[in-house]
Design a protein around this ligand. Structure first.
Ligand SMILES: [Zn+2]
Length: 511
């Protein structure tokens, strides 16, 4: 299927586990560890956004403090996109929404993460992030404003803080070892510690934020959109972008069973969602003043789609590819790698080692049960589920029966196989720190994406006006997109699975 170095892979092929830009299932990272370490404070503080009593009170200065700490973790684990023009524009749009939000005086910080993943997230205290990948799928300033407003909504309604009160955070926090996000879709950013836990607008339980919180964020977003002069219908458009990704993904990856769709119904048919949005969207007398997308197009023109050289470089040095078994993982910095046909061991004499083995799935065991019954590890501490890159697994810490050293173990299911990880910590003094590294490494395990290893030139967005004869299938034929070019172009332009732009309408092509 690989058609040469100049092609761009935007879509997946047959492997159920592999995925790339155009079809990454929307999922959101939920990070929360800081909150679970906080003492439980309960009071009747009033939620600034909803006006209802908060379950938990946290002072704004403490909230900002946590935000800053977590922001620094984001900076150390992800690369920011350094595109001054685009960044200035995103900040401008974000600040328009923030200014009409329930917490206009909070100082908001908007940043773009240089990742192809379709995601956005927020931290308490005013930190909002949007991935380059999500930006490429936006089709108007109003849609961008909708995404940023949704994140602002989580911040103004203090969802992260409230969530903790319900005890949900402790669990999600443990999964992540990171910060707090709220958001649009999945992260799973390679090399970062963010797990792809679930989605925004996802089901309760999977997502750290409940469906109620997501709806509330949508509803607040619609309100901010209206107040800022945007068409609140953009909220539905954005959610449709995510829904379409999911539909497409299901189509090409042939996933069935086991994996829950994030959307039970299409956003357009989702009554609760519709209500949440129209209640505020219907505020009478509002006027749409922000409908000119010239600046939007100028700012996005030339934006890299898919892997950028920058985002690839981040972890390329330590990334290991097992082509035969179709997986890749990032080992800790400067560890030595020793491989056989089916196993690999990465080690550092002073710190520890990770050993990965594989076997066929014989029985339909839950990963946790697999660790107990098949790996023979009964007493598992720090036991938690792994959910990353659409893969399921389990991990925990045990004591190695042979050496008595602490051992991080994990089992992750990928296709018809289960991959087992035994990672021993030799330096007991730095046990926690090394364990963190080992877990971070395990969390980077995923299927190799189509064309991932092939180095190609960057593909960029180009806006053109559709002619009267515009036809996605025709444009697709000369596109640089290697796989599913028509579907990819449709997804990028909000015309999936069907529809055709009218003459004169602006469309995004890839060059
Ligand atoms: Zn959200």
């Amino acid at each position: 299927m690989e058609t040469g170095g100049t092609m761009t892979n935007l879509a997946v092929t047959s492997s159920a586990e592999s995925s790339t830009l155009a079809n990454r299932i929307p999922k959101a990272a939920i990070l929360v560890c800081l909150f679970c370490q906080l003492p439980f404070l309960t009071s009747c503080a009033v939620n600034p956004a909803t006006g209802s009593p908060n379950l938990v009170f946290m002072s704004e200065s403490r909230e900002k403090e946590i935000g800053l700490e977590e922001h620094n973790k984001v900076l150390s684990s992800m690369s920011l996109l350094e595109d001054e023009e685009l960044l200035t524009y995103v900040r401008e749009v974000g600040n328009k929404a923030a200014a009409v939000s329930h917490r206009p005086d909070l100082e908001y910080t908007f940043n773009i993460i240089d990742s192809p993943e379709i995601n956005a997230f927020a931290l308490p205290g005013g930190y909002v992030y949007v991935n380059r990948g999500l930006l490429t799928f936006m089709n108007s300033e109003a849609e961008l404003a909708a995404v940023l407003s949704h994140e602002i909504g989580h911040i103004t309604a203090r969802h992260a803080v409230q969530q903790q009160a319900r005890g949900r955070l402790a669990q999600t926090a443990a999964t992540v070892g990171g910060f707090v996000t709220a958001v649009a879709t999945g992260s799973g950013y390679v090399g970062s510690q963010i797990s792809e836990a679930a989605s925004i607008w996802a089901q309760t339980g999977l997502s750290g934020f409940s469906r109620d919180h997501e709806l509330e964020a949508d509803s607040l977003a619609a309100e901010y959109l209206v107040k800022a002069g945007y068409d609140p219908a953009a909220m539905i458009e954005v959610i449709t972008v995510l829904k379409n990704q999911e539909d497409f993904n299901r189509l090409v990856s042939n996933t069935s069973g086991g994996y829950h769709g994030l959307f039970a119904t299409h956003p357009r048919n989702d009554t609760r969602l519709q209500q949440a949005i129209t209640q505020v969207g219907g505020i009478s007398g509002n006027e749409i003043t922000e409908a000119d997308d010239t600046k939007f197009r100028e700012s996005l023109d030339g934006l890299v789609i898919g892997q950028s050289q920058g985002s690839q470089a981040t972890d390329a040095r330590n990334r290991y590819y097992q082509a035969l078994l179709g997986y890749t993982v990032v080992f800790p910095d400067e560890w030595l790698i020793d491989e056989t046909t089916t196993t690999v061991t990465a080690s550092n004499a002073e710190q520890g080692s990770i050993h990965i083995e594989v076997q066929r799935i014989q029985e339909n065991l839950e990963p946790r049960v697999f660790i107990r019954d098949e790996m023979g590890i009964g007493a598992l501490q720090k036991s938690e589920k792994l959910e990353q890159y659409r893969l399921l697994g389990h991990t925990g810490v045990a004591v190695s029966p042979e050496t008595g050293n602490t051992e991080r173990v994990a089992a992750i299911y990928l296709g018809p196989r289960v991959f087992t990880f035994r990672a021993e910590i030799t330096d007991a003094e730095a046990s926690d720190e090394i364990d963190e590294q080992l877990l971070a490494s395990i969390r980077t395990f995923r299927a190799i994406q189509q064309g991932e290893t092939a180095s190609g030139t960057e593909a960029k967005i180009k806006f053109v006006q559709a002619s009267e004869f515009f036809d996605f299938s025709v444009v697709a034929q000369s596109s640089r997109i290697a796989n599913y070019p028509e579907e990819s172009l449709r997804l990028l332009n909000g015309y999936y699975p069907r529809g055709t732009p009218e003459a004169g309408e602006w469309v995004k092509l890839i060059e």
